[in-house]
Design a binder for this molecule. Structure first.
Ligand SMILES: [Mn+2]
Length: 334
């Protein structure tokens, strides 16, 4: 019989890194659970759905550009993604929003992560603006003490902005108030953001380890990671503007001098805190529309004002690969 003449139109990946879709969180069976949390707590009506809301879908669709197949040898990690082990990775989809009750998104996000943890899976969160660690970390109640490793241009210690206490300027402040959060390491801070002297004072009073981008460049990531105690449980939260805009330009607040790809990628993933005992991580603040400007094919690409190809996707996705280091046999997350 002749092969059929047409095939269905191509479409992007519905799930992250070829994982199975699993939206029944009450019957979750997984070692790793990817979860999209598209929305935060907006500071203005215009930001209720911001560009970061598109990022979970964009990251899923782009995920095959880094891992061309789960059986492929990856030279960054010295073997296939899951190393031939029987690791079940699922994509739980996106947390749903309700226009009649905007705050319910945050409650659902927390409930979803609680179910992922109850199933013994490692949550990897696709944001969303950088308010998303707040409900995620609340879900880790009873799983402490957790060392929080934070990559960001900004301090994120505001108590509130426009009366909003769970917004993208406050995740580390809120985390510091949680009993199950222990030491906090903040890496890549530079220039100015929402923080004023009183926020810096509050962070220092807590004992947060504040590591500026320039200190990182001076001493190197190994020296920074050596300060993080071994043997604990670690959650990594990554605001993409912590990275240098030469490799991650698609953020709301690009600022030169940030964390380089080489500093963040192999070190944090394989030699760093997560290898010790990662319990979760998130990626936030990626803006799809800006990123699209940098991912056009050569034929239709406009003059590139940054003069180089964006490698925005590379960093978060490659880190997701380190799940193989983060889910040692017996641990998963709890
Ligand atoms: Mn930031």
């Amino acid at each position: 019989m002749e092969p059929q003449l047409t095939s269905p139109p191509k479409h992007g990946h519905r799930t992250f890194l070829y994982s199975k879709l699993a939206t029944d969180l009450d019957n979750l069976r997984a070692d790793i659970a990817f979860l999209g949390i598209p929305y935060g707590s907006a500071y203005s009506v215009e930001d209720i759905t911001n560009d970061q809301s598109n990022a979970p879908t964009a990251m899923r669709q782009a995920s095959d550009r880094l891992v061309r197949g789960l059986e492929r040898y990856d030279f960054d990690i010295g073997g296939p993604l899951y190393d031939g082990r029987d690791i079940e990775a699922v994509d739980c989809g996106d947390v749903r929003a309700d226009v009649h009750d905007l705050k319910s998104h945050s409650r659902r996000a927390e409930a979803a992560v609680r179910k992922i943890l109850a199933a013994g899976a490692l949550p990897i969160i696709l944001g969303g603006d950088h308010g998303i660690p707040i409900p995620v970390l609340r879900a880790f109640e009873g799983h402490g003490p957790i060392t929080l490793v934070h990559i960001d241009q900004h301090l994120d210690w505001r108590d509130e902005v426009n009366g909003v206490r769970d917004g993208l300027s406050s995740p580390i402040r809120r985390a510091s108030e949680m009993e199950h959060i222990g030491e906090i390491f903040q890496i890549g801070l530079r220039a100015t953001g929402s923080a004023r002297p009183e926020e810096v004072a509050a962070a220092k009073a807590y004992g947060a380890h504040i590591i500026t981008a320039y200190e990182l460049h001076d001493v190197g990531m190994d020296a920074i990671l050596a300060r993080i105690p071994d043997g604990g449980r670690y959650y990594v939260t990554i605001d993409m503007d912590g990275m240098d805009p030469a490799i991650a330009p698609a953020v709301a607040a690009p600022m030169p001098g940030g964390v380089t790809f080489v500093q963040a990628d192999p070190r944090l993933g394989q030699e760093g805190a997560c290898r010790r005992h990662g319990c979760g991580r998130d990626y936030a603040e990626r803006r799809r529309q800006q990123d699209d400007l940098h991912h056009r094919r050569p034929a239709d690409r406009q003059p590139d004002r940054h003069g180089c190809q964006s490698r925005l996707f590379r960093s978060p996705l490659t880190r997701a690969k380190t799940a193989q280091a983060e889910v040692p046999a017996s641990t998963a997350s709890s």
